[in-house]
Design a protein. Sequence first.
Length: 297
Amino acid sequence: MDYIRQLNAFDNWLEYNELGAGPQLLWYKLMAIANKSGWQSELSIANTRLQAMTKTSEKTLINNRNQLIQNGLLQYKKRGRTKAGVYILSDLTGNFTVKTTVDSPVEPPTTGNIPVNSKVNPKVNREVNPSVDSTVNPSAYINNTKQNNTINNNDHDIGVFEFIQQSWGKPPTGILQGALGSFIQSWGSEMILFAFQLAYENGVEMHGLKKYVVTILNSWTQKGIDTLEKAKRDQENFKQQKKTNYTKQKNIRREKLPSWVDKPVEDVPLEPEKQAEISRRFEEYQKRKMEEAENGD
């Protein structure tokens, strides 16, 4: 299988079929594990491991799994209480007929890990073996060490979907979901994840995510940025330049005001003789103005 082609095919499938966010997330996780395992035909994964990956209870996990099975996206075989069940993912890029109707809702299980009918509706995927061989080759299972590595090593492709769901509270849908496959294929998962991290840091809302990330990618293209290291260095330079500009604005030179603005000069009283002379001249001036007014001058 080809990981990117499977993601794109799943996105196309979702345009014509209804599937909740929980089953979608479980499908993404299983597909990531399959990619890490080298596309083993059968995957043995414990419920507890998938519960931790999808942040769900066992009851919710089983319900989500049943919905994937009913939609022909998955086969599952229970192997008892002491062994993890076996998962077989359908190849969505093969002769996979799109479902136009949704199966009836799955009844919530009342007990633990219940057996699930592994038969697949041939109308959904004619290439899927309608039954699971009861003799499973143990060499095909992912051993415990490999499972742990799958969880501990952050899978970058699925990390983008997971980061969006955890940061914005819901998985990507619609136009954004359709664009993620091409984003990752063109730029690589690490750079796309970094772009969404920048969007989250800047408080971008879900409806503006695609436009914001496209702006970042266009900026990287113009600057010749093609690696994660260059992208991070560019971001650090941007932050440093922003900090420098802020400092310059604070240190803008201002013209110094004269000292008398803060400390005005106190009035010095005139000597009595000078004050008397000024008063005498002022009285003469007023008297002359009155006489001129009376004479009509």
